[in-house]
Ligand binder design. Structure first.
Ligand code: PLP
Length: 360
């Protein structure tokens, strides 16, 4: 079965098998990771190795803290302004889809967050030219969502904040670890794990250390980056099992040769799918501007929209599931994260061609 879900999403088979082998008795210690103390030596090894492997994958320098948090990426929509702004500070948001829109609306509760560009009039099919962004000269940060999971638009390069005291912040939930990223361009990166790197329940934040320590007084302790970093993500009981699985995924990505190799595979998968759409004489249509099409989430519609339901149902019968587009946009969406094998995309493309031939 090939699972094209947007998240929680498919994980590498080798990771699931390894976790299965460890399930009752982690590395011979007699306990499952679900049962052990988060302050014991086994879990200490697990979380330190997960962090160290992630640092290797993304070449994260010691200027940054890596923290494992809870509450999903959605909680970071609030944590970010609470940590980086006072209520009167301004923050700029580039709204390229539903997730960055939600992030901005949440931040408005805690600071003067402003949408400085919105792709809504174009149904979120574009990324703005960076020169056209009217950034606020006082903004504490410039926020982007590097890959909009619902609309399938992805930043291929990143804007620079206007003033040197400002920082770039990215919600990378749906393209985290899908390709190399120069972390030093960002003040903060955050990502829910459940697309590319693990199960739901853990959110990873990479925060420049000098930005921590001046959160708003009302900041709940669990959302305070400095508290979490000072306690090595163990201020309270963390999502131990989810962190363990992320660690196995990071190990797997390193074994594949790191993110340069991972990106090559993702480029190949995405290009055969987009080529199939573009080569279908308009039977299938992807509305996203070609230069910013997502390598992870591929939304498309059928010209004969009345066939979409049948397309999704027949694909499921052939073992390709979760192809329905997000309820807010409809159509079809194939999420092809790191763990989707090339064979899954090839099977989908063959099905698309056959379906088209059967519906002239
Ligand atoms: N940001 C992006 C880009 C997402 O795709 C999602 C979830 O799909 C979220 C944020 C929200 O994540 P969570 O459900 O972990 O809060």
């Amino acid at each position: 079965l090939f699972n094209f879900a947007a998240g929680p999403a498919t994980l590498p088979e080798s990771v699931i098998l390894k976790a299965q082998a460890d399930l009752f008795n982690y590395q011979g210690c007699g306990m499952s990771v679900m049962e052990m103390s988060h302050r014991g030596k086994e879990f200490d090894f697990i979380i330190k190795k997960a962090e160290s492997d992630l640092r290797s994958l993304l070449s994260i320098s010691s200027d940054y803290a890596v923290i494992f948090l809870q509450g999903g990426a959605t909680t970071q929509f609030a944590a970010l302004p609470l940590n980086l702004c006072s209520p009167d500070d301004s923050a700029d948001y580039v709204v390229t889809g539903s997730w960055s829109d939600k992030a901005c609306k949440e931040a408005q509760k805690f600071c003067k967050a402003k949408t400085i560009w919105s792709g809504k009039p174009d149904k979120y099919t574009k990324i703005p030219s960076f020169d056209s962004l009217e950034q606020n000269s006082n903004a504490k940060y410039l926020h982007i969502c590097s890959n909009e999971t619902i609309h399938g638009v992805e930043f291929k390069d990143y804007p620079t904040p206007l003033n040197e005291n400002s920082i770039l912040v990215a919600d990378m939930s749906s393209n985290f670890c899908s390709k190399p990223v120069d972390v030093s361009k960002f003040g903060m990166i955050y990502a829910g794990a459940q697309k590319n790197v693990g199960p739901s329940g853990v959110t990873i934040a990479i925060v420049r250390k000098d930005l921590m320590g001046s959160s708003q007084p009302i900041t709940p302790v669990m959302l305070d980056f400095k508290t979490q970093a000072d306690n090595a993500s163990l201020y309270n009981t963390p999502p131990c099992f989810a962190i363990y699985i992320c660690g196995l995924v990071f190990e797997d990505l390193l074994q594949q040769g790191g993110l340069v190799e991972v990106e090559k595979k993702n480029v190949k998968k995405a290009s055969i799918l987009y080529d199939a759409i573009d080569g279908s004489d308009g039977f299938y249509v992807c509305p996203v501007e070609k230069s910013v099409r997502s390598m992870m989430n591929v939304p498309f519609t059928l010209k004969k929209s009345e066939l979409e339901k049948k397309f999704i149902e027949e694909a499921a019968l052939e073992g390709m599931v979760q192809l329905k587009g997000h309820r807010s946009v409809g159509g079809v969406r194939a999420s092809i994260y790191n763990a989707m094998p090339l064979a899954g995309v090839e099977k989908l493309v063959a099905f698309m061609k056959d379906f088209q031939a059967r519906h002239p």
